[in-house]
Design a protein around this ligand. Structure first.
Ligand code: GRF
Length: 200
């Protein structure tokens, strides 16, 4: 029998609107999991405020001031995830590349949302506004969002879910980012549902 009620950790470095979409989806019982932990590498991330507002355990380890290697940084996070019995890690605007310490231990149990139709506009340098600027510059007809497994190569893991939107001639990078973000909020909870139901 599949294990229900998976424990989820969400890692976020910024605003955390995708985190909010996951919090809301948990409340609406869209997926059979529990957001047990919110982690941020940035102390001022609004995602940590969302954790407080929703009474979710949070943990911050500032990457800026951390004295140690990336492996040591991730080992500290890993210890917390193991202690909290985390089954799934969701990266939601987490702006730090994970090391093998976390990826190997949580192989096929870390997912990420990316604001493009991967494999296009993924990998090094393609984050935030850079993605949408490139899409518009290249006169792409469509863009969208992708949820994928995290592997050692950024944005290269297998795709769980993807949704397309048409790029409008009037789209600026900012407008397109907002439109794609709306799509992200739809597909991330659905991808978590698939994971929790052992459908990926
Ligand atoms: C999203 O566009 C996500 O795809 C990317 O970072 C952004 C985070 O936005 N990885 P938010 O913090 O969830 O609002």
């Amino acid at each position: 029998m599949s294990k229900k009620n998976k424990n989820i950790a969400v890692f976020a470095s910024g605003n955390g609107s995708n985190l909010q979409a996951l919090i809301d989806a948990e409340k609406r019982e869209i997926f059979s999991g529990k957001i047990q932990l919110i982690f941020s590498n940035i102390a001022t991330a609004y995602a940590l405020e969302r954790a407080k507002l929703h009474h979710i355990k949070s943990f911050c380890l500032e990457s800026k001031t951390f004295q140690g290697t990336p492996n040591q940084f991730d080992a500290e996070i890993l210890a917390v995830c193991v202690k909290e019995k985390i089954d799934l890690i969701c990266l939601a605007g987490y702006l730090k590349i994970l090391s093998s310490v976390l990826i190997n231990q949580y192989f096929k149990r870390i997912i990420n949302i990316h604001p493009s139709l991967l494999p296009k506009y993924g990998g090094k340098g393609f984050y935030g506004h850079f993605v949408h600027e490139a899409v518009i510059k290249n006169h792409e007809k469509e863009s969208g969002a992708t949820v994928h497994f995290v592997t050692l190569e950024p944005d290269q893991g297998s795709i769980i879910l993807q949704k397309k939107i048409a790029v409008d001639v009037n789209d600026t990078p900012e407008i397109l980012a907002q439109r794609v973000l709306k799509i992200e909020h739809e597909i991330y909870p659905e991808a978590v549902r698939l994971f929790c139901d052992d459908e990926v």
